[in-house]
Design a protein around this ligand. Structure first.
Ligand code: NI
Length: 172
């Protein structure tokens, strides 16, 4: 299975709203499995399709503890409920390597989504799973976790990332 390239911030594709998936084709199935493989290889817990340059509402996640495997594929995920209780968590992102910042989000969420076979389900997420699914749905809406930070912090991170991308391009 091919290993997909993860797009790094800053990139206009990471700022766009992705389209709903209207038909779950073989292409979507393949994309989901390639995304899972890419996510595991990068030691990530979640990956959204726009991060690999596909502007469609597809997310893969696996927030289970090390040694366990509990992957989940979400098509057109949508938050239908969120808890009043909020929690701070130090988030990172495969599109913003080596940066971690504390972000406050609802502690639990209920998400409506389609499975690969088309079935629509609603599922409650807590803990790291809840943080992760909110972070990934943000990607589908063109939002990054650093967008929750103040403008100065955000611009420092963006400048660091521009430097990193230049270094990586030089190595190619
Ligand atoms: Ni991310």
């Amino acid at each position: 299975m091919p290993h997909l390239n993860i797009i790094l911030h800053p990139d206009p594709r990471l700022k766009k709203v992705s389209k709903s998936i209207l038909e779950i084709s073989d292409r979507i199935e393949r994309l989901a499995s390639d995304m899972l493989e890419t996510m595991y290889k990068a030691s990530g817990v979640g990956l959204a399709a726009p991060q690999v340059g596909v502007m469609e509402r597809l997310v893969v996640m696996d927030c289970s503890s090390e040694g366990e495997k509990n992957e989940i594929i979400l098509i057109n995920p949508q938050i239908v409920w969120q808890s009043e209780a909020r929690e701070a968590f130090e988030e990172g992102c495969l599109s913003i390597p080596d940066i971690r910042e504390e972000i406050i989000r609802p502690q639990s969420v209920r998400v409506k989504f389609n499975l690969l076979d088309g079935t629509q389900v609603e599922k409650d997420f807590d803990g790291l799973w809840a943080i992760c699914i909110q972070h990934e749905i943000d990607h589908l809406d063109g939002k990054l976790f650093i967008d929750y930070l103040g403008p100065i912090k955000r611009s420092v991170i963006t400048r660091k990332m521009i430097k990193l991308k230049k270094e990586l391009a030089r190595k190619l």
